[in-house]
Design a binder for this molecule. Structure first.
Ligand SMILES: Nc1ncnc2c1ncn2[C@@H]1O[C@H](COP(=O)(O)OP(=O)(O)OP(=O)(O)O)[C@@H](O)[C@H]1O
Ligand SMILES: [Mg+2]
Length: 334
């Protein structure tokens, strides 16, 4: 079975082909980051238009490099939500048009299920049960994954996502959008113990997060500092985020009894976070798995793979068949 994956939920256009026998055959991502550096964030209308300009060419290029045609595709898996409505509708229109004209089966996929399953995409399937720390541009969640398609959010941010906090701090430090990777790079040359930024919601044992106070605290510190302090601010901010993430994950692992942790989403590319989770893994004998760096941020390979898993295990289909911008993972079947 060959699955064509299509991703267009935000500012990355992605296409991929996953094969049930041979694994990932290939994928392509067109990032729109360059379009948005001057604005410091995504402009939804520009994102949607760029998806529609690029997606067909990207797909033709992928298929020709793989020496495949649409006749070789058995299933189309596309991101139906959550995300930007205009962006989602581009991928959906392409997916539905191909499915209809070529009589191919089609499966709408929840974007976060793609992120959750991404670590199984390359070498071998990584079946649940496990705990997932999902840290992306729009989400920060701890998810109890009992089986494929059975995900319970046991903790999440009550305000900003941690990727969003990285991006906002990047802006404060005059770094280009998206700030996450640049804050992390700047932090390499900084002293992470210099500024004591708040670690919100860590007094009581719970798995929720709050990053907006941290961001405000960074803002005040930036206002009282000059550029020579920026590396120390970046390092101290990153340390505060990682402290909170690892503390909550350690609690959740103890309480749920999971022996395996999946860390995925864009911030899972952060090397300091990975180092800290590695320590946690060694201390508590927990296996920690990540997608490779290129599959941490948005891509269609994880969407094709989620489609393959849904089909293989004949998972109950969710009722969402039209672009759904707001769609909490807890409402997967609602
Ligand atoms: N090395 C890094 N350190 C910290 N943050 C990073 C790093 N690399 C990427 N990020 C952050 O990851 C985020 C992008 O991740 P991703 O593409 O998964 O998010 P998204 O798709 O926009 O959000 P969602 O999946 O929740 O809809 C950005 O906020 C970016 O700054
Ligand atoms: Mg994403």
């Amino acid at each position: 079975m060959k699955v064509l994956g299509i991703e267009s939920s935000c500012d990355e256009t992605g296409v991929a082909v996953y094969c049930s026998e041979k694994g990932l055959l290939g994928h392509k991502v067109n990032s729109q980051i360059d379009l948005f550096t001057e604005y410091g964030g995504v402009i939804p209308e520009i994102a949607a238009r760029d998806h529609s300009v690029k997606i067909i060419k990207l797909l033709e290029k992928l298929l020709s490099e793989l020496n495949l045609s649409l006749e070789n595709i058995d299933l189309i898996a596309y991101t139906v939500g959550p995300g930007l409505i205009g962006s989602l509708m581009v991928g959906e229109t392409v997916a539905k048009t191909i499915a209809k004209t070529k009589s191919i089966e089609i499966l709408p996929i929840h974007h976060l299920e793609g992120h959750i399953l991404a670590p199984g995409l390359e070498d071998k399937d990584v079946p649940p049960p496990y705990l997932c720390l999902l840290v992306s541009g729009g989400h920060t969640q701890i998810i109890d994954c009992k089986s494929y398609g059975d995900y319970t959010i046991i903790g999440e941010t009550i305000d900003d996502a941690c990727g969003e906090a990285f991006d906002k701090v990047g802006k404060l430090l005059n770094l280009e959008y998206p700030g996450g990777p640049k804050v992390s790079k700047l932090a390499d040359s900084g002293d992470s113990s210099r500024f004591k930024f708040p670690r919100a919601l860590t007094k009581d044992r719970n798995y929720n997060f709050s990053f907006s106070g941290l961001k405000t605290s960074v803002l005040y510190t930036v206002n009282d500092s000059d550029e020579s302090d920026y590396a120390d601010i970046a390092a101290s901010f990153q340390e505060a985020v990682i402290d909170v993430l690892t503390k909550k994950v350690a609690w959740a692992l103890e309480d749920t009894g999971h022996q395996r942790l999946i860390c995925s989403g864009g911030v899972a590319a952060n090397k300091n976070l990975r180092e800290r989770l590695q320590l946690l893994s060694a201390e508590s004998n927990i296996e920690v798995l990540y997608p490779s760096l290129e599959f941490c941020t948005d891509n269609a390979a994880m969407i094709a793979y989620a489609g393959y898993i849904r089909k293989k295990f004949n998972l109950k289909s969710h009722q969402t068949n039209f672009a759904r911008p707001r769609w909490p993972l807890g409402e997967l079947y609602a």
